[in-house]
Ligand binder design. Structure first.
Ligand code: 3UK
Length: 551
């Protein structure tokens, strides 16, 4: 790391992990050799206007379109409010609370252009969670969509650190828009170092103290110049759409950074339920879609008579994409979904596949610029085809904000994502499970997601989650929670049918000995199955066998 920093408030630098706990960083690709001083807002935004692309559409929303030049003027005015009225100093953290929309995105770039550090938060977060983030990142200023003001005010009551909240999407006299109205529309970007922190992304983990992952200006560019440029390969005429919140780095990359890197456009939706997403795809005719495996499955059930013909590329991440979901989507739309594993710590996707290299059921190959391997308990690479822990390194990597868990995520310079994988002789990575989610039954290791994929290929199953249920004889048994398609009923016959189906699809010892029908599965705000909650259900069952009415 260079010595130069534009930060006058050195909180982020002071709280980076010690250098000897950093992962190794790789900058082998020419694209990754950024100048020492760079402000990523200039690269993502100003450059397009300077090069004559200001008139091109950047964001498409139900309230109208926003061009690159219009967006730049908004960002500049907002940056002036931050610096001139609100006293922002380079290095200060600013919390942003909003659903996905252009104003939120302008806030993100205004903070970054002014040398600040953006801390985006998901609209669903409550005051307890917001206060934990404020305390951890020492955030004094928040920019909040006026429609989400309540929980923000409650947050202020919980922490003395948060001094000021300014609302946007309001015509209030002290609101952001009113303050911006009087400002000139130019603003000189702060001359930040490529390794100044510009974003703190909090992990979507549901238990314990939140982990803040720190990302530099160069990281924001690096994810575009590796995964997006080499694997996704968008062009300026692409139009992106998707459901993940921008506070989740999956959404930030897919809906903002990747389109902006190439001068393309994106549809921003404040609510992106499967129904809304489907409507918006028909209405705005995007070419690239970013969403979760669950959303692809939900949309599949609603496709009759709908028109998705504008879509060229579909990206899935956040959870494993089961092969049956891939197959069904391909059969229905002709599109081959591009799976990709990413992590908040790594900022974005590091294993995926180009359209012509996809192997359904596998996550893909390591993204150019990254290295990945599968390691055993001692950290040594396991033989090809054997199961072990995924280790990865590249231009981005884990730097937790003041957190002892750094030592667990980064070992010997490699990022350990907590996932169990195997790699085949062609270099394809096959996801097994989260390492702490493996089911051990009668001495066998069983990966829940493999059983889930087998169940999903049965026509009656809409969604399912498979976890360990404690068992006095076997240690644990495989327990499946199943959501059925609308026209199906769960009874003993169907249970037998599902069990036989799994036995025919994969090794019979993996079949779910217990099956329970539920109306929905517990999911996190980023759409991941809450396996720990399913395990808690399964544990209660052992104590009170009939409590949840197991089939
Ligand atoms: C799991 C996957 C199998 C895996 C993310 C793309 O999900 C993202 O970040 P998170 O920090 O979670 C990371 C963990 O999620 N996972 C993600 N993608 C896949 N498992 N197949 C996949 N395709 O356990 C990983 O360690 O919430 C995803 C881009 C940016 C992101 N932050």
């Amino acid at each position: 790391m260079g010595d130069y920093t534009a930060h006058l408030d050195t909180f982020a630098r002071d709280n980076l992990p010690p250098k000897d706990q950093w992962p190794d960083f790789l900058f082998d690709l020419d694209d990754l050799r950024y100048p020492e001083r760079i402000n990523c807002a200039v690269e993502f935004l100003d450059r397009h206007v300077a090069e004559g692309r200001g008139g091109r559409t950047l964001f498409v929303t139900p309230d109208g379109d926003v061009s690159y030049a219009e967006f730049q003027r908004t960002v500049n005015r907002m940056a002036r409010v931050l610096v001139e009225d609100l006293g922002l100093v380079p290095g200060n953290r600013v919390l942003i609370r909003s659903a996905n929309n252009p104003t939120m995105t302008a806030a993100l770039f205004a903070v970054i252009k002014a040398g600040g550090i953006a801390v985006c938060t998901m609209p669903l977060l409550r005051a307890v969670e917001l206060a934990a983030i404020v305390d951890k990142a020492e955030v004094r200023l928040a920019l909040c969509d006026a429609r989400l003001a309540d929980e923000m005010e409650k947050t202020r009551a919980r922490t003395p650190i948060l001094e000021r909240i300014v609302h946007f999407t309001t015509d209030a006299a002290d609101g952001l828009e009113a303050r911006m109205a009087g400002k000139p529309d130019d603003f000189a970007a702060v001359d930040t170092a490529r390794d100044d922190v510009c974003l703190i992304g909090f992990t979507s983990g549901t238990t314990g103290e939140p982990k803040g992952t720190m990302h530099f200006h160069r990281d924001m560019l690096a994810v575009c110049d590796t995964y997006s440029k080499r694997v996704l390969r968008p062009d300026p005429d692409d139009r992106f759409i998707g459901s993940p919140p921008l506070a989740f780095t999956f959404g930030l990359g897919g809906l903002v950074l990747f389109p902006m890197r190439v001068g393309a456009s994106a549809v921003l939706l404040e609510t992106a339920t499967p129904d809304r997403l489907l409507e918006a795809i028909e209405r705005y005719r995007p070419t690239v879609c970013f969403t979760s495996p669950t959303a692809y499955r939900a949309i599949l059930g609603k496709l009759a008579g709908r028109d998705l013909s504008s879509l060229r590329k579909c990206v899935s991440a956040g959870e494993a994409l089961p092969k049956p979901t891939w197959d069904d989507w391909h059969a229905a739309t002709g599109i081959r979904i591009q799976d990709g594993i990413g992590a908040t710590e790594m900022l974005h996707i590091f294993i995926s596949a180009t359209l012509d290299e996809i192997r359904p059921g596998a996550t893909g190959k390591v993204v150019p610029g990254y290295q990945a391997r599968v390691v055993g308990p001692d950290g040594e690479t396991v033989p090809t085809g054997e199961v072990g822990r995924l280790a990865v390194r590249g231009p981005t990597g884990c730097r937790y904000l003041a957190d002892g868990r750094q030592r667990a995520y980064v070992q010997d310079g490699w990022n350990l994502t907590g996932d169990t994988y195997r790699v085949d002789e062609d270099g394809y990575f096959w996801y097994q499970a989260r390492s702490d989610d493996m089911i051990v039954s009668s001495g066998y290791n069983i990966a829940g997601p493999e059983v889930e994929a087998a169940l999903l290929s049965h026509p009656a199953v809409a969604e399912c989650g498979v976890v360990a249920q404690p068992d006095p004889d076997r240690g644990a048994i495989v327990k499946a929670y199943v959501v059925l398609k609308p026209d199906r009923t769960g009874d003993a016959d169907l249970t037998r049918d599902l069990q036989d189906h799994v036995k025919a699809e994969i090794a019979p010892y993996k079949y779910p000995r217990a099956v329970e029908y539920v109306s929905a599965l517990p999911r996190t705000d980023t759409g991941k199955l809450k396996r720990h909650e399913l395990r808690a259900w399964a544990e209660q069952e052992t104590a009170r066998p009939q409590a949840r009415g197991a089939a």
